[in-house]
Design a protein around this ligand. Sequence first.
Ligand code: NAD
Length: 454
Amino acid sequence: MKITIIGTGYVGLVTGACLAELGNDVFCLDVDQRKIDLLNNGGIPIHEPGLEEVVARNRAAGRLQFSTDVAASVAHGQLQFIAVGTPPDEDGSADLQYVLAAARNIGRHMDGYKVIVDKSTVPVGTADRVAAALREELRHRGEESMEFAVVSNPEFLKEGAAVEDFMRPDRIVIGHDDSPAGQRARDVMKLLYAPFNRNHERVYWMDVRSAEFTKYAANAMLATRISFMNELANLADQVGADIEAVRHGIGSDPRIGHSFLYAGAGYGGSCFPKDVQALERTARQYDQELLILRAVEAVNDRQKQVLGRKVVQRFGEDLTGMTFAVWGLAFKPNTDDMREAPSRVLLKELIERGASVAVHDPVAMEEAQRVLALDLSDAQLARVAFRKTPMEALDGAEALVIVTEWKAFRSPDFEQIKARLKHPVIIDGRNLFEPPLMTGLGIEYHGIGRSVLT
Ligand code: NAD
């Protein structure tokens, strides 16, 4: 099938590459000339396991092209996927300017029936706005009778496992309307996703608004589980219980399940924070307040400060002249994404209290340099040392603080850690290690919700 992907970011590039892998002829559009040049020169703008190979293979096979040419992109695909960003507006609602700009471009250039697929995460009712923007452009051109359909097909991939998630989805949600153009769009989407549907029915067909809502509901639920566990972990620290034991104890109940119950340093990334906010904002437009989600957000804001708080509890309010080693900068493992990463809150806090930091992340160092320059002044940034290996970050530091649970941090050489640090102290924002084991090794260990009274 001939497919256009508008927006070649995390979602657009993965969607485009994976659909090309299945034999489709994919045209990826972006407004960012540098990104397109990089891709056309065989580079890849993001770190995502397996993606580079899929992109290279399909480019070589002539099934995947990258361009900034809007007219050519509209001409190419019968399916036009909108996968542009929907960042939070000043009031927390989703900023739809990129989505609507993409819709207008389609309306300006289309010359026959198209299926417009909203893949970006967009508030309930956005498909109607996309259709209205498109129709307005068609009206300007005197082409108001030209048919199209807007379907909602939210994306559930996880950064760090995006190719795998796209290729083996738990579910595919598609919302369409019952008009003749909507029914026709359903047939097109059915054909597109047929390869994913061979052994199990994975497609959930629904109306457009329910599909749009489903994406927010999913992210809001996941964020809720995280904040719930973080809040309990802080209490566990107070009462002397181990949140990890509690997690096993409750996760074994199939009604609860084990996934997404990890206490930690708070959730970040481009999706949970903004989607929780956007859903709250939507509710407010209908004079409703989502009390649970308001708390989820507040708990998370507080949790992002937990590591800074634990450093202060151990080393005092004034950290002048001290250096701390920080392992992990990305908001989660297997990505270089630093959007809303808890590490940013920690680094700012430590530096504002007078400390220096020596940091290491397996893939996010370059991106970290870019975003930390936004968070910190030049003088503050000068107190961040980027170290090539985790061990080098430890030299002369008071303690090690772990922010991201990269696999490479799970079995470190503890003797080396002790030898390189000034004090054998690990403050672990991801509960990677067992406290008794740490005590046995002579390490003072501070996890999240693990202050068991013995
Ligand atoms: P991103 O910022 O990585 O990519 C968006 C791309 O769109 C950018 O490259 C930008 O230059 C481009 N763009 C903006 N306006 C354009 C236009 N008019 N024409 C062509 N290109 C344009 O964003 P992302 O992380 O891929 O997210 C995209 C959407 O998918 C968001 O709504 C997000 O909430 C949703 N989503 C993201 C994830 C994720 O893990 N990142 C997962 C599921 C859903």
